[in-house]
Write a protein that binds this ligand. Structure first.
Ligand SMILES: [Zn+2]
Length: 198
């Protein structure tokens, strides 16, 4: 099967080369091929479609297998599980990954956090089976999971979550002002709220 595939790829490439090359000798070959309704040419055309179809099938199967592997891991795969819910917009949720505007290291840390695969006390205790307290040291009430750290801790809510909330709203406000053509600073984080009622 692999030999047949290699043969198909080679013939297809050869015909593409003959079709494209601007060399006088190759041009003679090309004219000859077209005038004689060449069997090689016909074969190549059939094979080209075949090769494209096979390549597409192969790509689809790789994507599918990667997805299966991701879903199958114990911790990696938390995110796709939670995104399968009907309320979540998958397209929007993955937009930040597709736009490629952040550094690779930051990207992998965020993905690990979303998958609950960061070395929290809970992770060390339950997954790595280390002898360590699984609760969060600051509140000492709840398990130190990513969900707890990012949005559920009553201690962090008083300050850290509030600051995060304000930063996000500043960014949103800056974007709205920009879209409306209202005079703003270059950097969104230096944006100061003022009255826009006029
Ligand atoms: Zn807490």
């Amino acid at each position: 099967m692999q030999l047949e595939a290699a043969h198909a790829v080679e013939i297809t490439k050869l015909v593409e080369y003959v079709d494209r090359k601007e060399d006088p000798l190759i041009q003679v070959v090309r004219t000859h091929q077209h005038n004689t309704d060449s069997a090689v040419l016909q074969t190549a055309r059939c094979l080209k479609t075949e090769v494209q179809r096979e390549t597409r099938k192969m790509k689809d199967s790789i994507v599918e297998k990667t997805k299966e592997r991701w879903h199958g891991k114990r911790m990696h795969g938390q995110l796709p599980h939670s995104l399968d819910e009907k309320l979540v917009d998958n397209e929007q949720s993955y937009h930040w990954l597709k736009s490629g505007e952040i550094k690779r290291e930051t990207e992998s840390t965020i993905v690990a956090a979303q998958d609950q695969a960061i070395s929290t006390n809970y992770f060390k205790n339950k997954i790595l089976k280390e002898e360590i307290e699984s609760k969060y040291q600051l509140c000492k009430q709840h398990e130190e999971t990513i969900d707890h750290l990012t949005s559920r801790c009553p201690i962090l809510a008083k300050n850290e979550y509030l600051m995060r909330h304000d930063k996000v709203s500043t960014h949103v406000l800056h974007s709205i002002c920009k879209a409306l053509g209202i005079e703003i600073t270059d950097k969104w984080y230096t944006h100061r709220q003022r009255s826009y009622s006029k």
